[in-house]
Write a protein that binds this ligand. Structure first.
Ligand code: MEV
Length: 309
């Protein structure tokens, strides 16, 4: 008997970083997924299509999730975990959270634990804290629940229901970065300028609530304007860089309604919204400059799991 789970990657539409400090953020699940298979074994082991066998950076957070669940439910942690991923690492698209969520869901399925999204998120966070230090929890929440969510720590995530799909453009700079380092950069800025930071956090929180309304109403032009403002604020707190600014400017010159960095910044990806007639030229314009770029339809469903003999 084996269990398999697939969990989606994510894009943060607005509010990253400030969400760590209590602001609302808006995120959507993306169709690219991480697949995890868990099977009983003689001892614990992890393999991945990216890292091969037993790479420490992958093994440790995964083993933390499995150990926490094994302890709580008194089940065996001797399992083989096999990971295969269609999500680029370090790209700001939630690859580690999707992995942790899929591990928790597959392990839950293998042991017939029947855990709901809250519990899957709780156990995924054990691995996420190991990887990122002090994450807000937005990444595992969107990966477990799917769809589009307004999220802030300490509140129930709010589902944003869409009457039809919406198109986003996601473009990967090709530069990997560490979320932990980026979170620390923002924490230092907050320490240095607490008054300014609190004002920016309040502004970004209302911006995310408004962005959810614009998205719900299909007002992509209004949403694009908010993305541009959010990018400027992220630049102010030190998480953008030349390459991301260049990509955002390029989206504007190719006719987007607006674009911003998404996720931790310092590399990673940008997200843009555009009139339908411009989407193709934005994707080809960014791709021609060497950035892996794709159109995505949101919403996309959350984690799913099944067993196999
Ligand atoms: C990372 O996807 C989003 C950050 O806001 C960190 C977090 O919320 O955990 C940068």
């Amino acid at each position: 008997m084996r269990a398999i789970a697939e969990a989606p990657s994510k894009v943060i539409i607005t509010g990253e970083h400030f969400v760590v400090h209590g602001a609302w953020a808006l995120a959507a699940a993306l169709p690219r997924r991480v697949r995890v298979e868990v099977a009983p074994a003689n001892s614990f082991g992890v393999s991945s299509d990216r890292f091969g066998e037993g790479d420490d950076a992958q093994l440790l957070p995964v083993s933390r999730v499995v150990d926490a669940m094994a302890r709580e439910f008194s089940v065996s942690s001797s399992v083989r975990v096999s990971i295969s991923s269609a999500v680029p690492e370090g790209a700001g698209l939630g690859s580690s959270a999707a992995t942790m969520v899929a591990v928790a869901a597959a392990y839950s399925r293998l042991n017939s634990l029947r855990l709901g999204a809250d519990e899957i998120v709780r156990f995924s966070m054990v691995g996420e804290q190991h990887v990122h230090g002090n994450p807000s929890g937005i990444d595992p929440n969107i990966s477990a629940r799917g769809g589009v969510l307004l999220f802030r720590p300490g509140s129930r995530p709010r589902k944003v229901a869409l009457d039809s799909s919406r198109t986003l453009i996601v473009s990967y700079s090709g530069r990997r970065r560490s979320t932990k380092g980026q979170i620390n950069t923002v924490a230092r800025m907050k320490q240095k300028h607490p008054g300014l930071f609190s004002m920016l956090a309040k502004g970004v929180s209302s911006l995310s609530l408004e962005a959810a309304d614009r998205l719900r109403e299909g007002d992509m032009e209004g949403l694009g304007g908010l993305l541009a403002v959010n990018h400027a604020v992220l630049d102010t707190v030190g998480v953008s860089n030349d390459i991301l600014d260049r990509m955002v400017d390029l989206c504007a010159s190719l006719g987007s309604y607006g674009a911003k960095l998404t996720g931790a910044g310092g590399g990673g990806s940008v997200v843009a919204v555009a009139p339908e007639a411009k989407e193709k030229s934005i994707v080809s314009g960014l791709s021609a400059r060497g950035f892996e770029t794709f159109k995505v339809e949101i919403p996309s469903e959350g984690v799913r799991s099944w067993s196999k003999r």
